[in-house]
Design a protein around this ligand. Structure first.
Ligand SMILES: *[C@@H]1O[C@H](CO)[C@@H](O)[C@H](O)[C@H]1NC(C)=O
Ligand SMILES: *[C@@H]1O[C@H](CO)[C@@H](O)[C@H](O)[C@H]1NC(C)=O
Ligand SMILES: *[C@@H]1O[C@H](CO)[C@@H](O)[C@H](O)[C@H]1NC(C)=O
Ligand SMILES: *[C@@H]1O[C@H](CO)[C@@H](O)[C@H](O)[C@H]1NC(C)=O
Ligand SMILES: *[C@@H]1O[C@H](CO)[C@@H](O)[C@H](O)[C@H]1NC(C)=O
Ligand SMILES: *[C@@H]1O[C@H](CO)[C@@H](O)[C@H](O)[C@H]1NC(C)=O
Ligand SMILES: *[C@@H]1O[C@H](CO)[C@@H](O)[C@H](O)[C@H]1NC(C)=O
Length: 816
């Protein structure tokens, strides 16, 4: 492994060393004075002397060379600065160590402490920000700054333990923003049982990540983000966590600041600031052991602390409340386990770990040992066993993510809980019966009244009603008047219709799970969206989707015709549309020739009307939040229909913008304020619509758009063409040459207007439709949003779909 990395680094090194004219190295023959810098080969990092703001002291450090606000990532002599003078020099001494020397003094203020022959040695600043010592005689690295981190965790660095050498890779904060000397906070790996990242203030733990759950850290629920890859290594030689960045044009860092906050940040050159992408340690429940032993913290509750089942607050002293057992636990006398879901697992430092075990083995082990207080699967896939033999400390409840924890409770607690759940079941049954009876009474009443009405000769009015319903402009009427009873399909009939969910019937993989084609006994074709069991979508999200779609009716929205909830299965049944989704036609060279300008224009207008309906015309105000080509289905007449409302959220009319803790959506279509800050509004849908419009006209995907310049995306490309007055070059060649140029240009212009950086510069859907349809002056365009580029297949992945390593959806949890 290590030699692999060395090899890779080596080849990079040689190539650079031979071809490069930049001064990125320090050799025995040259040195670096205060005021001079060396710059890595691609220009990303620089090394030299610096003084922090409000300080006279001189430090040698590495900083981002292309970030316009000096951001230091590493400091060599952090605890031994040169005082108040610019007489410092960096050079290689006669033992091969890189040293910092003040003027003519012979004692270095800092040294890499190596001792080897200096022939063939050089120190080189790599593009990763790593300063390495390379020995041409041995062909190896002998020292690297990545092994001596300060407060910044860069891609390629490690956080962990080198068990072979007994050393660690850990991060120490600065003392203050003006003082890089070793501060009080440490970010390190606790490897005693199941490895966890921890932040300590001096020797006191103040935060822990929870154990590694096979996909991420237990308390950082969705770590996946489009541009980052995570790597966790746990073998007898080393335990470490590291990450890499797919798009290196995005500057990204993780920093432990002088207040002990750990943040992941991305540089925003437009605003000239570091945007916090995720803050790990904010919020009350993040502070270690907030609710004491056997307590549980939930930041959504008014009173954030509660006790685990079987425990209660000791009430004697209100100030120092802590959780104690309600009753003495009589081991082996009817005691057992209660399950908690979506929790941050307790501190594992005294837990036992058995990676090969199943959860059943785990239960047996814990049951048979009276000092065992709880257990859980180690990994989210259900494998491995963690068992606790003492206090359960630092448990949290999440609304999403987390893992299951089984807590040992006494016999009475167990009995009560069982009684509770059976009582709840009984109540549910009773409720259902009441509802059914209610419906029966209601329908017989309706039936009776109708009969009576007909008898009175009101047939005429009924005919009128039918006429209105069938007239083309009756959407609003229908919406207001049609009362649904959404048909519930049973699992069996769905399985028959889809031939047992056969692969041949699979239409694709949408958000939350696969979609199958089916045929009902009456010949009707249906599309069945089978929500994956481990999609993370709960009953509530499912209901949201069903409720929303069932209430909405519009020519440009996919019609839901039923649902199925049975056993573990949750399914939505839609009308089947024969022409598949827009991306299937649009991004294919041959199929896209089916789409001439007339068709594309109608598709764009249809989508616009559908979105307008969601935003404005339906009784609910709905923001779709995942508009993209694969969510636009086409019927046999090529009418577009918007699908996938699972992520839509009901907006009350008085709210125009909301901040969400969870960002869902698809990379490449997300507005910058949504992707970065989780702010969504109807204007973020307008942004996605703009991207979609440009894609429909160009036949190219926004993300994964490769021109000569790989950092270019469709938006940037369109903007460049616009500025150069060559905008018609954007038009998809498959569209042929005969199209009304004026109109196409107007459409593109509206598209660019929709992707403006600032939400307030983007039009509403109402304006969009007006501008598309009329020769009106269009506001002048500004530079559109800088959009993070990402991998080419990103359009297929949708947030909330089953987790996979390549998932491009972005989910950000703030304030965790
Ligand atoms: C290296 O090059 C940069 C700019 O190219 C220059 O500012 C700097 O002084 C040079 N450093 C040395 C040690 O020559
Ligand atoms: C700077 O000053 C501090 C205390 O005033 C002293 O301990 C340290 O040695 C000085 N550093 C140098 C390089 O002279
Ligand atoms: C540092 O240098 C400045 C001017 O060069 C001087 O005014 C100041 O007193 C010096 N401070 C120390 C601590 O030597
Ligand atoms: C360092 O030594 C040089 C000559 O060896 C001398 O000219 C210079 O003044 C000295 N600088 C200091 C700060 O002592
Ligand atoms: C080099 O050795 C000195 C003295 O043992 C030590 O204080 C310093 O931290 C070491 N430097 C590095 C980079 O390890
Ligand atoms: C783990 O055990 C040690 C030693 O008994 C104890 O000091 C510490 O509090 C325990 N940690 C937890 C989380 O229970
Ligand atoms: C229970 O588990 C603890 C911790 O693993 C162990 O020290 C103890 O010997 C076990 N007791 C029994 C009866 O197995």
């Amino acid at each position: 492994m290590v030699s692999m990395i060395s090899l890779l680094l080596l080849s990079a090194l040689f190539v650079n060393h031979l071809c490069s004219a930049t001064n990125d190295t320090i050799t025995p023959n040259n040195f670096l004075r205060d005021g001079e810098t060396i710059v890595s080969n691609g220009g990303t990092f620089a090394l030299g002397f610096f003084s922090p703001a409000n300080s006279q002291k001189r430090y040698v450090g590495i900083w981002f060379n292309k970030v316009s606000v000096k951001t230091v990532v590493w400091v060599a002599n952090r605890d031994n600065p040169i005082n108040n003078s610019s007489t410092g020099v960096v050079k290689i001494d006669d033992k091969g160590s890189l040293v910092i020397i003040d003027g003519n003094s012979s004692d270095p203020v800092w040294s890499t402490n190596v001792s080897i022959p200096i022939k063939g040695l050089f120190y080189k600043l790599m593009e990763s920000g790593n300063l390495v010592l390379y020995d041409e005689n041995r062909g190896d690295f002998l020292w690297q700054s990545f092994d001596f981190p300060t407060d910044t965790f860069l891609p390629g660095m490690k956080l962990g333990l080198n068990l072979k050498l007994g050393t660690s890779w850990s991060f120490r904060s600065w003392k203050s923003p003006d003082d890089p000397s070793t501060g009080i906070f440490t970010l390190s790996m606790d490897g005693t049982a199941s490895p966890e990242m921890v932040i300590k203030k001096a020797s006191q733990k103040i935060w822990r990540s929870g154990p590694w759950n096979g996909q991420g850290w237990n308390s950082v629920p969705t770590m996946r983000s489009p541009n980052l890859n995570y790597n966790f290594m746990n073998d007898p030689n080393e335990i470490y966590f590291s990450y890499s960045v797919a798009d290196t044009s995005v500057f990204s860092r993780m920093v432990l600041d002088y207040l002990g906050l750990a943040r992941r940040e991305i540089w925003d050159e437009n605003k000239r600031q570091w945007n916090t992408f995720r803050s790990y340690t904010d919020g009350d429940c993040n502070s270690y052991g907030k609710c004491g032993a056997f307590g549980s913290c939930n930041s959504n509750n008014v009173q954030i602390c509660s006790c685990l089942p079987g425990f209660e607050f000791k009430s004697s002293n209100k100030e120092s409340q802590h959780c104690v057992r309600k009753r003495k636990l009589l081991c082996g006398q009817g005691d057992g386990f209660l399950k908690l879901e979506k929790v941050k697992l307790p501190d594992t430092s005294n837990a036992t770990v058995h990676m090969g075990w199943s959860i059943k083995d785990c239960e047996v082990e814990c049951m048979n040992n009276c000092s065992c207080t709880g257990y859980s699967s180690a990994y989210v896939d259900g494998s491995g066993c963690l068992a606790w033999f003492g206090d359960l400390v630092d448990v949290r409840e999440f609304t999403e993510g987390g893992q299951e924890l089984f807590v040992r409770v006494d016999a009475i607690e167990l009995e009560n809980s069982e009684r509770h759940s059976s009582l709840a079941k009984k109540k549910l049954v009773l409720l259902c019966v009441l509802i059914v009876v209610g419906f029966l009474i209601f329908f017989s009443a309706v039936y009776y009244l109708c009969k009576k009405a007909r008898k009175r000769g009101l047939v005429h009015r009924e005919r009128l009603r039918k006429e209105i319903l069938n007239s083309p402009s009756s959407e609003a009427y229908k919406e207001a008047n049609t009362k649904f009873e959404l048909p519930i399909f049973n699992l069996n009939s769905v399985m028959v219709a889809t031939e047992n969910f056969s692969l041949a019937n699979k239409l694709g993989e949408g958000g939350f799970g696969p979609v199958y084609k089916g045929k009902l006994p009456n010949g009707c074709e249906i599309a069945v969206k089978r929500l994956s069991k481990n999609s993370g979508q709960g009953v509530i999200e499912f209901k949201t989707e069903v409720d929303l779609i069932a209430k909405l009716q519009h020519r440009n929205l996919v019609q839901i015709i039923g649902c199925c909830v049975e056993e573990e299965e949750k399914m939505l049944i839609y009308e089947h549309l024969p022409n598949k989704s827009l991306d299937f036609l649009l991004f294919d060279k041959t199929r896209s020739t089916l789409l001439d300008w007339k068709v594309r224009c109608d598709i764009i207008l249809g989508i616009a009307r559908g979105v307008l309906y969601l935003h404005q015309d339906s009784r609910l105000r709905i923001i779709h939040r995942d508009l993209k080509a694969s969510n636009i289905l086409l019927d046999d007449k090529m009418n577009p229909k918007i699908s996938d409302f699972g992520m839509a959220r009901i907006f009350r009319g008085d709210q125009c913008q909301a901040n969400t803790r969870r960002v869902v959506g698809t990379y490449g279509y997300m507005a910058p304020e949504y992707a970065m800050d989780g702010l969504f509004s109807i204007k973020s849908d307008v942004f996605s619509f703009g991207v979609l419009l440009l894609e429909i006209i160009s036949g190219k995907k926004n993300s994964g758009f490769y021109h000569e310049d790989p950092t270019m995306n469709l938006i940037n490309y369109a903007w460049e063409l616009w500025k150069d007055g060559r905008i018609l070059e954007l038009v998809d060649p498959s569209m042929g040459t005969s199209f009304p140029e004026q109109e196409v240009v107007r459409f593109i212009k509206v598209g660019i207007l929709c992707v403006q950086e600032k939400a307030k510069d983007r039009p509403t859907m109402h304006n969009v439709i007006f501008m598309l349809g009329n020769e009106t002056p269009i506001p002048s365009l500004n530079q559109p949003a800088f959009v993070l580029t990402s991998n080419h297949n990103s359009a297929n992945a949708s947030a909330g779909s089953a987790p996979s390593l390549n998932e491009m959806s972005i989910t950000i949890f703030e304030g965790r």
